[in-house]
Design a protein around this ligand. Sequence first.
Ligand code: KIV
Length: 258
Amino acid sequence: MKITTKTISSLKAERPIVAVTAYDTPTAAYADAAGVDLILVGDSVGTTQLGFETTVPVTLEMMLHHTAAVARAQPKALLVADIPFAIAHDDFSKLLDACRQLMQAGGAQAVKIEGGAALAPKIAQLIAAGIPVLGHFGLLPQNVHQLGGYRKFGRGEAEKSALVEDAIALQKAGCFAVLCEMIDGTVAGAIANELKVPLIGIGSGPHCDGQILVCNDLLGYNAGYIPSFVKQYAQLGAAAQKAFADFAAEVRNGKFPS
Ligand code: KIV
């Protein structure tokens, strides 16, 4: 049965939610066959697939292209697409149009928006317009140039209260779930207890209602930086390199084609 935003919200009371990113049809099909609950077409497509250093250069067109590719796998998992850099801070009509395109042309069932309490009023307006939203607070990678890098959030009292405020504001706005990135594990646990909607964590410890990882990181298919919280469940990069080398050797020594 197709997983809906309602299913994801209700899983909080039942079991941990399992979410991964995917950016293409075969990866989405494999993740879906493995039974994940949610597939996110993250703007991490920029750093994992397109060779950018940050997610800032990712455009709506790129997100549409990759979201539609994932949708063609016809996953049972809930399909969520990221709103790329700065669009959530544009006029509401432009934000609504981007969401509409990701859902109508891209085939997403919901969108994810980076931003806490400050964006909650716009998110509430989107939800009133029929756009399901997955909130995202804590580390916001789209703000990397303001932050001067990526870091953990929630260590001091002021940051801790700001995170709680963000989570509550996103829930009040009507998000069906919220994602926290790189926040202190104890703070994440306290927020998960406080929220009625699920808190899905990345780099935020074991006390969330679910976990999400970037597929390239968990599959070991990432030539770049791997965050320390990631567990690699495979080494697909090394397997691919070996396969290419075996092919090259067999072509060169006349073994292939036989
Ligand atoms: O773009 C992305 O992959 C994300 C992660 C936090 C999952 O937003």
